[in-house]
Design a protein. Structure first.
Length: 407
């Protein structure tokens, strides 16, 4: 594959501009030569311009536009290359258009106080076409927030309000129309307290309201320890939620074929989650040329009322229900970075134990590998260029029918 990126930024007095553009081209890849692509053919283009207005009262207005157009084709290699032979005919094409606008305003005041206002609107159009099925719909989402920051540098508050909307409209359907609309309003407060040079505490509370589901109370807390110049540790935990939508991993795997409207089988409760993690960081340097850092993460998540699919009225029809038991996920992730002059080596290992505890036999979640590894070796010199070599490993995964894939 080939990726071409470009970036430009310039300030002209009270006005600044920036432009980022990226084009990606990837050929379909069939490493095991079974005539079926393991990696799809990809063509994508992204353009991201921004305008900055620096006002006389030290406030800043930023307007950003983002557009991404992407086409993916996977399936039989002959069909992808448009050389069908009557035997190898399956192909899946995924075409997406995403356009986004963002507006933000920052106004500083005396004594370190600051007002922040932001708004965004996103349009997402997606079409999936296979040999005998098609899915297409458009999604509009908005996010608005206003917050005010105040307090001393060592004891700082952020309070605010926010609103979120999400609307999906499906095309070319009749009885299986799966449109939905979500509206959410919220208020929040967050405090950052530097207790002393070694300890810092972040705490927050968010309360959000959805007319269909009521209120959600979401606490969050994090404790940071600066052990010394080389070691830091961070322990954090919090709560979350997600309203029911059509877009789940199970539905994605079925390319949304045969899935009934969300509430066909009655009321669906939102998913709720509680989780915590521990981050430990170490960094050091050897002379002027060598640096080394490692991050070790441990995490645990408990999710109730997970949204799952079950057969409905026939072998090719499915309906969403809330599972009776929870979904749990725990594991570790290790990230290592080693640099020598203009050379950088990144290495990563992740272990995830994700169990569907609502099943009679507790199984690892489908398409969730327990083991993943990756590494990147890169040479990068400012103003000269960059070149890298990547290698990745994905461990065994379980499919929906219980069979296992090869690593």
């Amino acid at each position: 594959g080939t990726t071409l990126n470009g970036f430009y930024a310039q300030r002209f007095g009270a006005v600044g501009v920036s432009l980022f553009a990226s084009a990606n081209r990837q050929q379909a890849y069939d490493p095991n030569e079974d005539s079926f692509s393991d990696l799809p053919q990809i063509r994508s283009l992204t353009v991201n311009p921004s305008l900055f207005f620096y006002l006389k009262d030290n406030s800043l207005i930023r307007v950003t536009l983002n557009g991404t157009v992407e086409n993916r084709r996977g399936g039989d290699m002959n069909q992808i290359s448009e050389r069908p032979n009557g035997v190898h005919t399956f192909v899946e094409e995924n075409a997406t258009d995403r356009f986004n606008y963002q507006l933000s305003y920052q106004k500083p005041f005396a004594n370190g106080m600051q007002l922040n206002v932001r708004h965004s609107l996103t349009y997402f159009d997606r079409g999936i076409t296979t040999t005998d099925f098609s899915f297409q719909g458009e999604q509009y989402s908005t996010f608005s927030e206003a917050n005010f920051q105040f307090g001393k540098e060592s004891f700082r508050w952020t309070v605010g309000v926010n609103g979120y909307t999400d609307t999906f409209n499906e095309f070319d359907v009749d009885s299986l129309r799966r449109d939905y609309t979500i509206n959410t309003l919220g208020v929040f407060a967050q405090n950052t307290w530097d207790i002393n040079p070694r300890w810092a505490l972040e705490s927050g509370l968010r309360v959000e309201y959805d007319p269909n589901y009521g209120e959600f109370i979401l606490p969050r807390v994090a404790l940071l320890s600066r052990i010394n110049e080389q070691w830091t540790a961070r322990l954090s935990g919090g709560a979350g939620y997600k309203q029911p939508t059509l877009f789940t991993e199970e539905a994605e795997n079925l390319i949304f074929r045969g899935i009934e409207p969300l509430f066909r089988n009655g009321f669906l409760a939102p998913e709720r989650s509680w989780g915590g993690n521990l981050d430990v960081n170490y960094q050091t340097a050897w002379g002027d040329d060598w640096t080394f850092s490692v991050n070790q993460l441990f995490f645990y998540t408990w999710l109730t009322k997970p949204l799952v699919l079950q057969p409905y009225g026939g072998a090719d029809s499915f309906v969403f229900v809330n599972a009776e038991g929870p979904l749990t996920s725990n594991g570790t992730e290790t990230n290592v970075k080693l640099t020598y002059k203009d050379f950088k080596l990144f290495a990563n290992y992740a272990f995830a134990n994700t169990l569907q505890r609502y099943r009679e036999v507790q199984l690892q979640s489908p398409l969730t590998p327990r083991h993943r590894m990756g590494s990147v070796l890169m040479w990068e010199a400012h103003g000269k260029g960059r070149i890298g070599l990547e290698a990745y490993y994905t461990g065994e995964q379980r499919l929906e029918d219980g069979t296992a894939t090869q690593p």
